[in-house]
Every structure is written in structure tokens, then in C-alpha cells.
Design a protein around this ligand. Sequence first.
Ligand code: FES
Length: 87
Amino acid sequence: AFEVELARTGETVTVEPGTSILEAVRAVRPDVLYSCEEGFCGTCETKVLAGKPVHQDTILSEKERAAGNTMMICVGGCASRRLVLDL
Ligand code: FES
């Protein structure tokens, strides 16, 4: 499990194994935008302010993956203990 901080409110959610960041965020932000939930539509793209995302989408370029400042939260994970997202 890892933690995700929603920077605009300071709320923190825990993402358990087998759960997506999107699902964890939806619990506190029912209005968060998403569509495919499979990493290809781009609707859930979210800025990463801190932490190391693991990308599992099929949208971002190699450069964007390496930069690590944006991610698709429906499928992505986290290689650090905590991610801070611009939400
Ligand atoms: Fe489509 Fe995340 S909801 S890429």
C-alpha cells in the first residue's frame, strides 16, 4: 500500500494492493474525471507534484514517463511510499 495526498485539500488516501489510485481518490472526490479505466483515453491524467509514479498507461511518451510529472491514475502505481497529486 502507499499513500496519495490530494494537494488542493491536503486529504490523504491509502491505496491498497489491487485497488487503483483512481478508486481510492473517488472515495473522497466523487467528481474526479475518468472514462476508460484502462489507461488509454487520457481522461484521468493528473499532475504529479511529488513522489515516483509507476506508469501503466498506453498514452505517455518515454520522455513523459521518465519525467514523472504526470500520470493516468486509473492504472498507474507508485514506486515511493507517497505520491502528491494536483487534485
Ligand atoms: Fe482512461 Fe484513465 S480513465 S486513461
